[in-house]
Design a protein. Structure first.
Length: 343
């Protein structure tokens, strides 16, 4: 990554949602309503994006239907971009993904971006009748089918995984969504550089690899776009906040580990406690000044980052608790980062 002293296009600051609700005393209907209120309020504070993610068959209700939620968010907001980070596209019929994404784009005035990834959880693939070993080709062919659908093409499609008749997909989006791809392994990152409009990064760990891959596949590095999911708690007293909410992060990360998000579950150790998460750097704890310094350095060092987004609240945490950090981000961090990037 290379920085520049010149002012850069301002990135968007956003919120990330999984809609996990392990609290048995909190009805999902109330939880959804509270989150929609939070998102509308966050837009009024200047937050510019919302990102939704997907899993299935989770006891805590991890969102299985991000498109439905995106439509509801679109009706409650006027300027926020709405995206998926991410849809496990190999589990889905790509025509249905294209149709739903096109409909969302039309409903929201072109504010929707479709982010996809190849997935990793064996249980999901088996339940949907798919093979994990086929996920790279399912992802890549699916992206090709989606682009074909959005173009209004009447040409048939014949691939290894999908065969489609010479029928158009309608309606086509007036402003096609950006098609973003998330990845963590080197080969998957190179695939994202080759087929996607932008890269969904996790914990800032693979941004340099993505830019190098763009260069290898002949795409202009200066025009690359990165959408960076942050694993950071920003608060006036982040250590005190972590003492209160760290258990929710422990639940979140250990669940991901058990599903195989970071490698074979029997080879990746669980975190024993919340402090071990911070010690490992899996979550950062930033006060306002630290957040301004870290984010300014990140965005100056990698001007291809077009969006940084943060978990609005951790699984089981109250929406009210998460809103405290949303307000702190909006009032104490975002204005200072923007001012620094203009200088």
């Amino acid at each position: 990554m290379s920085g520049s002293d010149a002012p850069i296009e301002e990135p968007t600051f956003g919120l990330w949602y999984d809609f996990r609700n392990p609290d048995p005393d909190r009805p999902f209907s109330r939880f959804y309503a509270e989150v929609l209120d939070q998102i509308a309020w966050a837009e009024s504070l200047g937050l510019g994006s919302v990102w939704l993610t997907e899993h299935h068959f989770c006891d805590d209700g991890y969102s299985p239907s991000p498109f439905v939620l995106a439509a509801a968010i679109g009706q409650r907001t006027t300027s926020m971009r709405i995206g998926t980070n991410l849809i496990v596209s190999p589990l889905h019929d790509p025509i249905r993904l294209a149709e739903d994404a096109a409909t969302l784009s039309l409903l929201t005035g072109g504010r929707f971006d479709l982010g996809v990834g190849q997935g990793y959880w064996e249980r999901e693939f088996a339940a949907f009748g798919k093979k994990v070993v086929n996920r790279p080709s399912l992802l890549e062919e699916g992206v090709a089918v989606i682009r074909r659908a959005w173009s209004g093409s009447r040409e048939p499609f014949e691939g290894r995984r999908y065969s489609l008749p010479a029928l158009p997909v309608t309606p086509v989006p007036e402003r096609p969504p950006r098609l973003l791809v998330g990845a963590m392994a080197d080969v998957a990152i190179e695939r994202a550089a080759r087929i996607a409009d932008g890269f969904l990064s996790t914990q800032n760990a693979h941004q340099a690899s993505y830019l190098a891959a763009c260069e290898r596949v002949g795409r202009p590095v200066a025009d690359a776009r990165i959408y960076a999911g942050q694993w950071a708690v920003i608060a006036e007293d982040p250590e005190r906040t972590w003492a209160r909410i760290g258990g929710h992060a422990l639940y979140q990360l250990n669940e991901y580990i058990s599903w195989g998000a970071f490698g074979p579950p029997d080879e990746v150790p669980r975190f024993p406690d919340a402090q071990s998460i911070v010690d490992a750097g899996a979550f950062q704890l930033w006060d306002g000044a630290t957040a301004v310094a870290e984010l300014t350095a990140l965005l100056r060092g990698c001007p291809q980052i077009r969006d940084v987004h943060f978990w609005a609240q951790l699984p089981g945490e109250s929406v009210e608790s998460g809103s405290e950090r949303v307000e702190y981000l909006a009032t104490q961090v975002m204005p200072q980062v923007r001012a620094a990037l203009r200088n």
